[in-house]
Design a protein around this ligand. Sequence first.
Ligand SMILES: Cc1cc2nc3c(=O)[nH]c(=O)nc-3n(C[C@H](O)[C@H](O)[C@H](O)COP(=O)(O)O)c2cc1C
Length: 262
Amino acid sequence: MILYFSGTGNSLWVAGRLSQALGQAKPVSVADELRRHAGDAVCEYALCQDEPLILVFPVHSWGPAEMMLRFVSRLSVRDYAGQKVYAVCTCGDTCGWTDRILGEALRKRHLPLTGCWSVRMPNNYILMKGFGVDPDDVREAKLAAAPAAVDAVAAAIRNGDTGVHLTVGTQPWLKSRLISPLFRRFLAGPDSRTKFHVSEACIGCGLCERVCPTGTVIMKDGRPEWGRGCVQCTACINRCPVRAIDWDSITQGQGRYHYPGL
Ligand SMILES: Cc1cc2nc3c(=O)[nH]c(=O)nc-3n(C[C@H](O)[C@H](O)[C@H](O)COP(=O)(O)O)c2cc1C
């Protein structure tokens, strides 16, 4: 079973390609599952005897995307009998100790993490000064390299490989143990406020509301408004078809990214 979270389509594409390569059923969206299981209800799944559980998600601030951690905190495998649990994360560059943070969350649900891989994909983080989408040549090079990278992960999973195969990067303690929790607490927590605003270019299509995984974006009188609880997945701003959404003044005139054809 493949469960995924994706803001701008990279992880969705990886989940889809993995499911084809491994002959798995269509990947299941954890954002939909969290909505389906109201309140704090446990999200329980049954696995066949040799069926692996595969979690696919983006790295956000050198840790797993907040939505995946929320999902794992409510995850249960009915009659768990030692099936393998794999994680495949997508990142722009480096993951820090994403595997350790996810492994700790899984252990609380009595699920040991068998193996973890990262796949480099185009960057979608644009909400802070100094960050932005990749230059065109870098984006294209990442997209060109991605299919072989995902196929290699699928082959490793088929072989039953274990271990951590992430691009960790420098100073993982600082990034994953200090910066990541601060990001989660102040920028992507339940009370987080956003600096999103919309321009006159808005056509009122409502895509931003539909792709928001937390219900933070609500259409009012044909225009989006942002409430609390944004997890900074960047789906709304990166997927707006007319680039009408900005974050403060930081994103004005800057590029946008979502997986091609999403
Ligand atoms: C809030 C946020 C934080 C991010 N932090 C990192 C990071 O720490 N390291 C990294 O390499 N990429 C980081 N990225 C880039 C994403 O991991 C990458 O673009 C990913 O493939 C996006 O997946 P998606 O399209 O499935 O949402 C971040 C993106 C966002 C939105």
